[in-house]
Structure formats: C-alpha cells, structure tokens
Design a protein around this ligand. Structure first.
Ligand code: CDV
Length: 309
C-alpha cells in the first residue's frame, strides 16, 4: 500500500506594509478552504507569511516589532488554527518570532487538530545587518533576525517524516543532507526571494528562479525526499518584486506542480511518501556508500567565503 498524502503549497501574493494581521489571516484561511475542497491534508504557507517582507527597509526597532509574533497562536492568528481544526487540515506557517528579547525567522508544523507539533528557526540568515549605501531596497535579515538555534529536525507526522527549512536554507546542501540523514520524506520550505535588489549590480539576478528550482530539485534527488516549496511573492511595492514559482518536487527531482502567478495561489499534489525508497536504497544508500571520514571538513568552522555581512 503506498503511503499517500495530499499536500498543498499556499502561495501568498503581495502583503503591503500596512495590511493588518486580520486581513492576511483571512487570505490564509481562504487558501486553506480551497485546499480542503481539493482534498489537501497538509497546506504549506511561506516564510514570514503574516506580514510584508519588511527586511527590505531600514526601520527603527520599535517599528519593526509590529511585524513579529510574541506568541503562537495569538488572538490575530487563532482563527487560522480554529479553521484548521474545523476542516481537519494540518498546516505549516512561516512567521517572524519574538521570544523574550530574541527575534527569529521561524516556522511551525500544525496537526489536523490545530496543535503545534514542530518548530524550526531559520539557520542561514542572508543579507546584511547594516544598509548598503546607494541601494534603494535592502536585505537586512541579519539586522532583524538571530541565527536559528533549533537545528534541523524531522518529525513523525502526517504518516511520514517531515522536515522544515526556510528560504536561504534551501540553497545549502548541508540543510538537505542533515535532514536526509534523519530519513526525511518531505521537506517544507517557504521563501521571500527578491527578483531584484538583493545586492546591487549582482550579475545573476536573471537566474533567480533557476537557482531556486535547481536547489530544490538537487536537494530532493540527492536525499530521496519530496519537497513543498512555497513563495511569498509579487510586487510588494513599485519595483520590489519577490519571485513565485512555488513548486512540489518529487524524490526523483521532478517538479510535479508549479505555480503560474505572483498572487495568492494554491497548488497541490498527492504524494507517495514511499517514493524516495528507491533512491535511499539505491544510488544514495548512505550506509553503503557514504564516506564520512572524507567529509570531516564540512563540520569544521572553516570556510573560504568572505566574512559575514
Ligand atoms: N529570505 C531569504 O532568505 N532570501 C534569500 C535572498 C536574499 C537571496 C534567498 O535565499 O532566497
């Protein structure tokens, strides 16, 4: 018997600077209702799904605070949890977390009863902590978020082994391998990826969508896992556009569903959680073929990249 799970990527279009939490949560609920009508059991929302992608601005800390959630759930987000329980649909949600005085870029996994069963804090925080002079939009994630302290876990949930990663994490093979080594069968990864304006004058902006796809397809194939990749996208203000291309990718590295807009859009697919077995027992049979004694350097705190921003 195949282990089937119907999953959805609930892509969120632009959220404007002054949109209220209530307005955003209504949109998330509409997508959840559509997902339920399509038989989806687990609906995945993107990174920082509850507000505009504010790291493009240099804000006073007090102004930035309004984009963070001090508890989860909280009164503004509770309707989403209530609807999940009512519909019997689980979900994944990315949000900006304020824990005491600490700020994280986080995601949670919520079961069909509306209970939080897993939490992850983004490990690879891109961008800078200080604005880059002359750049109209910034990417100040390193100003607003601490590096996550959870590490990469895998949860037994929804009949499979589920892991989470957030945006920039998807570009790092280490993310996928650490999840892969725990037998992950489905990786959920949300993103906010500017099509322009990440770094002024960058030569490969034209390849932004390709690099995202490449990362997901390689990560899935090399670890025999499914992935749901989901975007917070669109033109959040004139000339600041975040890429879409939410996608569901198979353990063979094939894209089986792909979004086509930069608006709120649901894509879904029924996935067989056993589909990665052939890879895990074959070409990427870790026990048989890995050579950990040759890989020690990747867990050393060294690297040849320029220093952190
Ligand atoms: N939110 C992100 O982590 N965005 C990065 C951009 C800045 C490159 C990404 O990896 O998509």
């Amino acid at each position: 018997m195949p282990r089937l799970l119907r999953v959805g990527a609930a892509q969120i279009g632009p959220i404007y600077r002054d949109d209220t939490r209530g307005e955003v949560v209504e949109r998330l609920i509409a997508l959840m209702e559509e997902a339920e009508r399509k038989g989806v059991e687990l609906v995945c929302y993107p990174e920082c799904a509850l507000s505009t992608f504010f790291p493009r601005y240099l804000l006073e800390r007090s102004e930035a605070e309004r984009y963070f959630e001090e508890s989860m759930p909280n009164p503004s987000v509770q309707p989403l949890f209530d609807q999940a329980r009512e519909l019997g649909v689980g979900f994944h949600l990315g949000y900006s977390e304020l824990d005491g005085g600490n700020h994280y870029n986080s995601s949670i996994l919520v079961d069909k009863e509306g209970r939080i069963i897993g939490k992850y804090r983004k490990s690879h925080i891109p961008g800078t902590s200080e604005p880059i002079p002359g750049q109209r939009f910034q990417h100040l994630e390193r100003r607003y978020f601490l590096e996550g302290d959870t590490g990469f876990s895998v949860w037994d949930a929804f009949g499979g082994k589920i892991g989470m990663a957030i945006c920039n994490d998807r570009r790092w093979p280490e993310t996928w391998r650490v999840l892969g080594m725990q037998g992950v069968e489905l990786v959920i990864v949300g993103w906010n990826t500017p099509l322009t304006h990440y770094r002024k004058g960058i030569s490969y902006s034209r390849l932004t969508e390709f690099h995202s796809k490449l990362s997901l397809q390689a990560g899935c194939y090399q670890n025999g896992t499914w992935a749901v990749g989901v975007a917070h996208c669109g033109e959040e203000e004139p000339d600041y556009v975040l890429m879409g291309q939410s996608m569901i990718v198979s353990p063979l590295g094939e894209v089986v569903a792909l979004s086509t807009t930069l608006r709120d859009e649901l894509i879904s697919s029924t996935i067989d959680l056993d589909a990665g077995k052939e890879i895990k027992e074959g070409v990427f049979n870790f026990e048989l073929y890995r050579r950990p004694e040759l890989y020690k350097i990747i867990s050393e705190p060294t690297g040849t990249n320029p220093s952190k921003g």
